[in-house]
Design a protein around this ligand. Sequence first.
Ligand code: AMP
Length: 283
Amino acid sequence: MKVVETIKDIREAIKGLQLEGKKVAFVPTMGALHGGHLSLFRLAKKHADEVVVSIYVNPEQFGPTEDFGSYPRTLERDLEFCEQEGISVVFTPSDEIMYGIGKKFMSIEIEELNAYLDGGSRPGYFQGIVLVVNKLFNIVQPNVAVFGQKDYQQFQIINQMVKEFNHDLSLVMAPIERADDGLALSSRNAYLSNEERKKAPLMYQKMKQAVNKIQNGLLVPKFLLEEQQQELEAKGFKNDYLNVFSMDRMAPVSQLKKGETYLIAGAVYLGKTRLIDNIIFEC
Ligand code: AMP
């Protein structure tokens, strides 16, 4: 496994693989790797001959009051995981390498898809993601890139970016990897106290209940989700959003059509930890 830090080195490594006729899949991460990341690596391997991973905590996607400073950084352990998973190349750029050139010409606006969910709650978040993923795609130029359903809105925005910027790659979405009690795996779960960790799966349980009730025609989403939110608040969660969204426009929907597919997605704070999760379901 090669671990490279510069753009020249990663380009040489990828070109070498592609010249040998190998198909390259790319999995961008912020490190603090967990089972969710590993499932992406394994899926990537099914879509390509070689898997390239980036580990970079992107400062551009954190707001001024968010957790950039305390985000878990476990590079040594991450590299061991990558080695065990048969990753070919790991790209670990510095901020200087990613952003040293400055941003004289560029400003990213996202016209659609960004108004709700995390785009609505975290100003500048997806602008930062589009910036870094666009740069990473230009640097790595993979044949395939894999992202998780856990960040469904991110997948949709990147999918649109790939089309608008004509990136020559195909995107693959990996299902959400969960702990035995249903909690979606996340690097931020490391922030949870023991007591918070025990409570944390409740958001997923409430979302599953909501899906069940919707599928059985028992309640309309708006009313139903207010009830779910109240139940979460009563257990000490602070709600950011919990709603049913359209799969393509990422906007809340209150009139559901039978046979259509929707996304129920939520974000809550448990103490200082922000947790997100979602379920794709058919009505
Ligand atoms: P991150 O390191 O948190 O930026 O995540 C890197 C990639 O892993 C993103 O495409 C995420 O959607 C994906 N990911 C994070 N958590 C999970 C999970 N529990 N299951 C599947 N994919 C995940």
